[in-house]
Write a protein that binds this ligand. Structure first.
Ligand SMILES: *[C@@H]1O[C@H](CO)[C@@H](O)[C@H](O)[C@H]1NC(C)=O
Ligand SMILES: *[C@@H]1O[C@H](CO)[C@@H](O)[C@H](O)[C@H]1NC(C)=O
Ligand SMILES: *[C@@H]1O[C@H](CO)[C@@H](O)[C@H](O)[C@H]1NC(C)=O
Ligand SMILES: *[C@@H]1O[C@H](CO)[C@@H](O)[C@H](O)[C@H]1NC(C)=O
Ligand SMILES: *[C@@H]1O[C@H](CO)[C@@H](O)[C@H](O)[C@H]1NC(C)=O
Length: 442
């Protein structure tokens, strides 16, 4: 009896997942199920087999092409981060082929009353959340039908929160915004709605109700701002989740996606290595940490301390970002790490390059680990977190690069998602700390 009920519910889940994404992987049902856990929800890669948002060609691309595409995405991402560091608003220019700059991991969010489901991208370096709304010009996917919700309202210009939105315009009584993201222009109204990620609803959540997008390089069903500034999800849900969250990002090709986003102090790892979280009032969205050194194998690389120094005026320092794929170190630091890597591989071993990766080999890599040394915390990365391997050829590259040479980006070190996969990263704002622990989630 019990067995048949289980089979029945399993097939219902299968039908549900097939209906929602044309998917055949039974593991995917988990992602499309309603969340039962009060604080933990599934995270998947936007190109995972379980993702209805995956690019049509994502799995027909050769390995080399997909790497190049990811690097191109990163280039745009870094320009976007730079625009935040500099406080300038310049539009990142997409180079070459059609390039998508979107944060790479998505979660299922329920918005409105009765709830509507959107698959929103996580972005922990961004505060403002925005979702495509009914009537949107240029939006490509599901939208929030706000006319079907009893809890939707526009925010008036008088509300203090209106002053926080990018490029606000108060010609009408409604607060409107206009921003650039991934080279696209995104505009709409500042609105308020009930939002639930896990089970608990957050009433009157402020977000951008998108009415117009020009350009196609935006997350199709919107963005969840997990930055630490005042408009972010983290700040708006503070009474519920105490500005504390963690995630474990699954590997980008994994069909098994037990990656999770866990909200609130409950259920967070108690025994976890931590490093102080630094605050830059001028760049209030970013999670800055103090990276002090890098070890290649057992050897600490000789890097000038200035390469990692935190400076709130210039924005220099190190951030932990979920939206960049490959870690970037400022030029002197990257060069020193790469040179040590090459020295360890042997001077007679031929080094090749691939796209923006300049340290690639066709022989097995003999370096077992790279350690990121933060203040009070050493994170030793296994090969999966610092190498990118071709599935078709025998090429393996060091999966890091130098920060771009432009004056703004050249001071920012970005610890990116490739280096975070299969680790739990804890952001604990009240205790001003970031924790890292190895966790297999894909
Ligand atoms: C919100 O404001 C927009 C733009 O002014 C308007 O088109 C829309 O009808 C408003 N929606 C509600 C529910 O008031
Ligand atoms: C946003 O700004 C751009 C460029 O200034 C403009 O073309 C676009 O129409 C604006 N969008 C909205 C929704 O105001
Ligand atoms: C996926 O998970 C199933 C069981 O949960 C396991 O048997 C399988 O080996 C996993 N596949 C991969 C590629 O990890
Ligand atoms: C490297 O190559 C040079 C020239 O081919 C050779 O003389 C030298 O012994 C090699 N060194 C090692 C460590 O194999
Ligand atoms: C990190 O590693 C360095 C060098 O191996 C060591 O001196 C230091 O004590 C370690 N720090 C922590 C917090 O374990």
């Amino acid at each position: 009896m019990e067995g048949s009920i289980n089979i029945l519910s399993l097939s219902l889940l299968l039908i549900l997942s097939l209906a929602q994404g044309g998917l055949t992987n039974p593991n995917c049902a988990k992602f499309h199920q309603d969340n039962k856990d009060s604080s933990t929800l599934q995270v998947i890669h936007v190109d995972s087999p379980c993702s209805p948002l995956k690019q049509q060609n994502a799995h027909s691309l050769s390995w080399v092409d997909s790497v190049l595409q990811m690097q191109n995405k990163d280039t745009n991402r870094l320009l976007f981060l730079a625009s935040l560091v500099a406080g300038r608003s310049f539009v990142p220019i997409a180079s070459g082929r059609q390039i998508l700059q979107t944060p790479t991991y998505i979660v299922r969010a329920k918005i409105g009353t009765p709830p509507q489901t959107l698959l929103v991208a996580l972005d922990n370096s961004n505060d403002f959340s925005w979702f495509p709304c009914g009537g949107c010009v240029g939006c490509s996917s599901n939208v929030l039908s706000y006319d079907k919700s009893t809890t939707f309202s526009n925010v008036s210009c008088e509300r203090a929160s209106c002053s926080l939105v990018p490029k606000r315009d108060c010609d009408a009584a409604t607060c409107t915004f206009n921003l650039t993201y991934g080279g696209s222009s995104v505009g709409g109204t500042l609105s308020s709605e009930t939002l639930a990620l896990a089970t608990d609803p957050i009433p009157e959540f402020l977000f951008g109700c998108v009415k117009k997008i020009s350009g196609s390089n935006t997350p199709p069903q919107g963005l969840l701002g997990l930055g630490r500034g005042s408009l972010s999800f983290i700040s708006q849900s503070e009474s519920l989740y105490k500005s504390t969250f963690s995630y474990c990002l699954p590997s980008y090709k994994s069909p098994n996606f037990s990656g999770t986003l866990r909200l609130g102090p409950k259920g967070q790892p108690q025994r976890i290595k931590t490093t102080p979280l630094l605050r830059n009032p001028r760049r209030s969205s970013f999670y800055y940490v103090n990276l002090v050194a890098v070890k290649v194998g057992k050897r600490i690389v000789d890097i000038p301390p200035s390469a990692f120094a935190f400076n709130s005026n210039t924005g220099a320092g190190t951030i932990i970002d979920s939206g960049t794929v490959f870690t970037r170190l400022v030029e002197p630091a990257y060069t020193a790490v790469r040179n040590e890597f090459r020295r360890r591989m042997g001077r007679n071993t031929t080094v090749t390059s691939l796209g923006g990766f300049d340290t690639c080999y066709t022989v097995p890599i003999t370096i077992p680990t790279i350690t990121l040394m933060f203040a009070g915390m050493n994170v030793t990365l296994p090969q999966d977190n610092f190498l990118i391997k071709s599935s078709s050829s025998s090429t393996t590259c060091l999966a890091m690069a130098a920060s771009p040479a432009d004056p703004v980006n050249s001071v920012l070190n970005v610890i990116a998602s490739w280096q975070q996969q299969n680790h739990r990263i804890l952001f604990d704002v009240p205790n001003s700390r970031v924790g890292v622990a190895r966790e297999t989630c894909s």
